[in-house]
Design a protein around this ligand. Sequence first.
Ligand SMILES: [Zn+2]
Ligand SMILES: [Zn+2]
Ligand SMILES: [Zn+2]
Length: 286
Amino acid sequence: MQDEVTVKCEKQHTLKLSLSEFEEALEWDRCPKCGSKILEVEPDTFEVECVNCTWSEENDWQTISACLDQGCPRCGPELECDSPLHIIGSFYHKVAQYDACTNRIAATSLQRTSRADYWEVVIHFCEHKEFLSILKSGKIHACRTGLFGVPAVCFTETPLLLCEEIRRTHGDFGIAFQKSEIIRSGGNPAVYLQDSLIEAQKQMGGFCDDIKPFINILRIPSTAPKWSRKKKVDFLHEREWRVGDHVDPNTTKPLGLVFPEGKKFSGPYGSNLIEYAYKYDEIVER
Ligand SMILES: [Zn+2]
Ligand SMILES: [Zn+2]
Ligand SMILES: [Zn+2]
């Protein structure tokens, strides 16, 4: 169904609305611009569906308006504000359908028994825009990182319920993988070595290329060499894992997606994101 509705009101406004905006206008039963009565609507039929029980009704806009008002005849009127009844094709319907169908995995179920600080999962956290581009392109892009500045994709092994600080730094959206899946793809925990150990390895001819993506300096002021500009380099708190290449979610299978609490499909990428998020489970903070 086309996501555009033309609405004319008593005061001669002609508005072009998305199906979701139209659904809002019907709930209010007024022109969204001036608050007067809606007179004409184009197209002339709409279909609503209940995502709980799949009850649906195709009819003219006045009847559809009454349906939305009364709620699903099978499930009854919803007490909560989130009604399961929406116009098919609208963003609201897609979100409700996602929420009804997606498989949720509780983060605590992935934790080691009596070890809230440990689980068998790593997460790549990123901003909204990168998240959409990953799902769209099917590729987590490797960025230059570590001591050698070679490309790698970074993950944290911090359990989800303790990721608040990391999410503030790296972004609130995440793609989670089983550690076993990352290891199978050549991934490994990042390695932190202090200057004296890096120097010792250099004496032996240096690091081989395969290891380079994982190597980082661990430096505190009392171990910092005189020549060093940065006297403290310590990223142990990131509890980082890496893969020394792009990661393709089609071959390295994600366990699920992580969304910011209550802001899953909000913002400018929301309606685009939902088209791709479908394929994955969701890891939730409980
Ligand atoms: Zn109006
Ligand atoms: Zn229903
Ligand atoms: Zn990155």
